[in-house]
Ligand binder design. Sequence first.
Ligand code: CMP
Length: 133
Amino acid sequence: MEQTLSIIKPDAVERNLGDEIKDIFIKNHLKIKDSKKIHISKEEASEFYKVHQSKPFYDALCSYLSSGPIIVMILEGENAIKENRRLMGATNPKEAEEGTIRKLYGISIDKNSVHGSDSLENAKKEINFFFKN
Ligand code: CMP
């Protein structure tokens, strides 16, 4: 069984979409192994999104992720990384397929409601980042 990290971002938590989004994962055979609602600092967000540090949107991205509470989750299932990304849809909600989380709830490319790990290596790093034992 594969694990991946999912984040419900501030725009979705603010609109109380946490349970609706969790239901989508559960209905699609992704188990929520762990979940917590947290509010991270800009420094923590900068560390989390370090891979994007050379991008022009990096600073805004880190300010945004730390702007309000988020829900971080460990999802587990067969092909969990790919399956989560399929359920999320394209990064830009305008380009996301019908029925995907970002199409349903995303507001803009920044406020796109969810984050999901993009590879096995990053899934391990990202899970460890939020759920250190
Ligand atoms: P996420 O999957 O959390 O990973 C990085 C985030 O950067 C991405 O979702 C978007 O919300 C955000 N972002 C902002 N601008 C861009 C852009 N031009 N291209 C890609 N991602 C962007």
